[in-house]
Ligand binder design. Structure first.
Ligand code: 3BY
Ligand code: FES
Ligand code: FE
Length: 411
């Protein structure tokens, strides 16, 4: 049986409410199938508008086999391109980020405009057509300060994502914020283990002493059920909505993304050791309320986020191999917040640096145990791990639909 058929059978027959079978977490071929079926075809959060505030600012990112460059044009528009030169394929932009009036390939100096068109290629002969050798575009959308790209040549409609998430993010004014800190850690575990760990707080009390000072471990906050029946949360939504902040739990019917504004532990305003804001200059001039908690956004497969009164934190997940995942964390503050005056980076980043490292250790030990021939899928806690079940269900359904669609197209 071919791999697609095996995976389809395993996903269709999977035991609901149980973790996946071993190869989904460790096998190279399964990993390749994840990349081809999800990562190379769907919208992926990749970075923030405010990381490239001026024309010619760019950053690069590696998505599986695809190097991509994201650049702001002279017209202010953010575009993405395959970062492979149309001459002989050298990466055009070799740095993680930079600023340049044109994009110049270091190999033979083919030169591209910020809109991707080839403007200079030395001594290529009379009949060489520059217009046929522009950088290949990658679909790119920016919404309220979040940049998404899609490697597919026929991207899915982005409009539903925009319509749902924009009103929730917009009041935080992240398009005009600034990056106060950014880290990338490598977790030695499959990308789905990173997500499974993220989608529950069953592990929080035992692993995250710093985060638990301010983030509630109740499954209603992290998971996908019961929030609206929790009077503490309902009161929070009513108060925040009255202040003009969309807050109620909203999940896309596909289960791929959700937004919800959750209260922190009573009295806490930010992820600091004492719960007080880490930044004196608050994040948004448009928010006229305090104790707004955290606006939670996830969008599978690349991002989960926290938007607070004083700063926002985005997390970007990118798979490196079947058993390695890069997690990039970005802390955003008001553009006029001054380091050393309004905040210091150590206090701002402490709780999530600790939490990330604790989660990395969990994911790595989880991967370790799953490699055992004795591993078998285990039961999720219905009470605490509803979010994990929802993630696995999204993954399984997404894969099943795509793989079945591909089969139908080929036959
Ligand atoms: O970052 C998060 O959203 C999740 C939720 C609970 C714990 N955790 C790290
Ligand atoms: Fe880019 Fe030759 S490969 S200029
Ligand atoms: Fe955690």
């Amino acid at each position: 049986m071919d791999l697609q058929s095996t995976v389809l059978r395993q996903l269709k027959n999977r035991r609901e409410g149980y973790s996946l079978e071993q190869p989904f977490y460790i096998d190279q071929d399964y990993f390749k199938l994840d990349m081809e079926t999800i990562w190379y075809r769907d919208w992926l959060f990749i970075g923030h508008d405010c990381e490239i505030p001026k024309a010619g600012n760019y950053f690069t990112v590696q998505i599986g086999d695809y190097p991509v460059v994201v650049v702001r044009g002279k017209d202010g528009v953010i575009r993405a391109f395959h970062n492979t030169c149309r001459h002989r394929g050298h990466r055009v932009c070799t740095q993680e980020k930079g600023a340049s009036a044109k994009l110049v390939c270091p190999y033979h100096q083919w030169t591209y405009d910020l809109d991707g068109s080839l403007v200079f290629a030395r001594q290529m002969g009379e009949d060489f057509d520059k217009s046929k050798h522009g950088m290949k575009p990658v679909a790119c959308e920016s919404v309220a300060g979040y940049i998404f790209v899609c490697l597919s040549e026929e991207p899915m409609d982005f409009a539903p994502v925009r319509a749902t998430i924009e009103p929730y993010i917009k009041p935080h004014r992240l398009a005009e914020a600034k990056v106060a800190a950014k880290t990338t850690i490598i977790e030695k575990g499959n990308w789905k283990l990173v997500w499974e760990n993220n989608r529950e707080c069953y592990h929080c009390a035992g692993n995250h002493p710093e985060l638990c000072r301010t983030y509630p471990e109740a499954p209603t906050a992290t998971g996908v059920q019961g929030a609206k029946d929790d009077p503490f949360i309902a009161e929070h939504w009513a108060r925040c909505e009255a202040a003009g902040l969309p807050s109620e739990f909203t999940m896309d019917p596909s289960g791929q993304f959700r937004v919800a504004r959750m209260p922190l532990i009573q009295g806490a305003e930010s992820y600091t050791m004492d719960g007080k804001p880490a930044v004196k200059r608050l994040l948004s001039d448009d928010v006229n309320a305090r104790e707004i908690g955290t606006m939670l956004l996830f969008h599978y497969p690349t991002t989960w986020n926290h938007m607070l009164i004083d700063h926002a934190i985005s997390f970007r997940v990118l798979p490196i191999s079947a058993e390695e995942t890069a997690v990039t964390t970005t802390w955003l503050v008001h553009k006029d917040a001054v380091e050393g005056v309004d905040y210091n980076v150590d206090d701002l980043t402490h709780v999530w640096n600790m939490t990330n490292d604790q989660d990395r250790a969990i994911v790595e030990e989880n991967a370790f145990g799953i490699r055992s021939p004795a591993y078998e899928p285990g039961p999720y806690s219905a009470e605490h791990e509803g979010g994990v079940m929802q993630f696995v269900e999204w993954y399984a359904n997404f894969m099943i639909n795509r793989l079945q669609g591909d089969k139908a197209r080929l036959s």
